[in-house]
Design a protein around this ligand. Structure first.
Ligand SMILES: [Fe+2]
Ligand SMILES: [Fe+2]
Length: 171
């Protein structure tokens, strides 16, 4: 039984590491993609919100580096097809909407929130897995990122509801 539970635990850890490599690719991809969204946005508040999150995202990449270090593993990224698709969707939604409009800003918010929700799901899982494996230091590091993703999501909701949607509806 002991052997069985040990192999189970290591498969669980493999699953954790695979998820970590996936989100590592996703965050690095976002560091490249967010500037395009900043460029495409019109509302100064939206531009500011995405700029802020770009800086956070750069730190989030470093946090994953730190986690790989704690695990004594080489940092490795594996292409995340989901994030690749979400970013493509963000790019096409910007092509399909007119520049300097609140409709485009509303579209950017939609696409951004889909991205944040994917990240929230991933980090939520990673934090839970890390705690389960007794890696509280890793859980603490990833919790910081999880909080940032949640805060970004809710600030985007506030921005959409308080002004952008209304202006978009009257364009
Ligand atoms: Fe992120
Ligand atoms: Fe994010």
């Amino acid at each position: 039984m002991a052997t069985k539970s040990k192999s189970k635990e290591s498969k669980f850890k493999t699953l954790f590491v695979d998820e970590l490599k996936d989100i590592y690719w996703a965050e690095k991809h976002l560091v490249k993609a967010l500037p395009k969204m900043i460029k495409g946005a019109t509302s100064p508040k939206l531009v500011k919100a995405i700029e802020k999150h770009l800086e956070e995202t750069k730190e989030q990449v470093k946090r994953i580096d730190q986690v790989f270090e704690i695990l004594d593993m080489k940092a490795e990224a594996i292409k995340c097809e989901a994030m690749s698709g979400l970013v493509k969707e963000a790019e096409s939604i910007m092509e399909e909407t007119d520049a300097d409009t609140m409709v485009r800003d509303a579209a950017i918010i939609t696409a951004s929130q889909k991205i944040e929700h994917y990240e929230i799901a991933s980090y939520g899982t990673l934090v839970t897995f890390a705690k389960k494996m007794g890696m509280d230091d890793v859980a603490d590091i990833l919790s910081k990122t999880l909080d940032e993703e949640k805060k970004t999501d809710s600030s985007l909701t506030k921005l959409a509801v308080s002004e952008i949607n209304e202006e978009a509806a009257s364009e």
